[in-house]
Design a protein around this ligand. Structure first.
Ligand SMILES: [Fe+2]
Ligand SMILES: [Fe+2]
Length: 267
């Protein structure tokens, strides 16, 4: 086990290296979350997303380092993912600069790295990073691409749509490999269950609560705590089963984005 840190009584993997210009924080309360689509809110959204993509790159790359005996086709998928995530981080960084931002303007946190780094098996890491965090990103991007387009920024909306297409592929290969590894060895299901339970425990301890305030005094509202609407079509494209999508919908209170075509399709 590599170095760890304590965050409000929860043990997480120590942060990955970051340039000195970045203020690295450890909880949501220390982050800045600017509401709406003001110039500052736009920069902050891109800045946060840029660091998350950097983290996704580091998590995929660390899996290659930590699990050299994983099946070769799976290692190839992880390597492709690392390459995609590097491109995502770079695209967001370039866009951030185009709209007047830069590295280090806002605090960053490396929550995903902190959680996945505590899991000592590949199926568990795929379950947390790809199948949970990146599946959540599919939902989030399903909403955000429209938010940016409606705000008149087609350039950023196009970037987010490109990232979304790649994230579907990342979640899909994780779903495929978790199924395959579980079929070959049912004990893998235990590893997955343990990893997901660990994530649930961490979230219960560290997730922001309604009424909390962030580093710049914004109160956490119910709208912020609610998960984004479930992106049903893209989750199905990422090979979640219909039952799994229904379960996510149930947990999210049935908020879903379906294409107009799918909504109008007769049942
Ligand atoms: Fe990505
Ligand atoms: Fe990804």
């Amino acid at each position: 086990m590599s170095a760890t840190k304590d965050v409000r009584g929860v043990t997480l993997a120590q942060d990955p290296a970051r340039e000195g210009c970045f203020a690295v924080v450890h909880t949501d309360a220390e982050m800045e979350d600017w509401p709406g689509m003001s110039d500052r809110a736009r920069r902050q959204k891109l800045h946060r997303h840029m660091n998350n993509e950097t983290g996704a790159l580091e998590i995929a790359a660390q899996c290659l380092v930590d699990f050299p005996d994983a099946p070769w086709p799976l290692r190839l998928q992880l390597a492709r993912q690392a390459s995609d995530e590097a491109r995502h981080a770079l695209m967001l960084y370039q866009r951030l600069r185009e709209i007047g931002g830069g590295k280090g303007e806002f605090p960053i946190a490396n929550f995903e790295w902190g959680v996945t780094g505590m899991v000592d098996n590949l199926a568990g890491r795929l379950a947390i990073q790809n199948r949970t965090f990146e599946a959540g990103l599919i939902d989030l991007l399903g909403v955000l691409k429209n938010t940016w387009r409606e705000a008149g920024d087609d350039t950023t909306a196009d970037i987010l749509e490109g990232i979304l297409a790649d994230e579907i592929a990342h979640v899909r290969f994780a779903n495929q490999w978790i199924r395959r590894l579980t079929d070959e060895n049912p004990r893998v299901l235990l590893q997955v269950a343990r990893a997901i339970r660990f994530l649930g425990e961490v979230n219960a301890r560290l997730a922001p609560a309604i009424g909390d305030t962030d580093a710049v005094g914004h109160t956490v509202t119910e709208a912020r705590v609610l998960p984004p609407a479930v992106n049903v079509n893209d989750r199905l494209a990422a090979e979640f089963t219909e039952e799994e999508v229904h379960e996510v919908l149930r947990q999210a209170g049935f908020r879903s984005i379906l294409s107009a075509e799918a909504r109008e399709r007769p049942r």
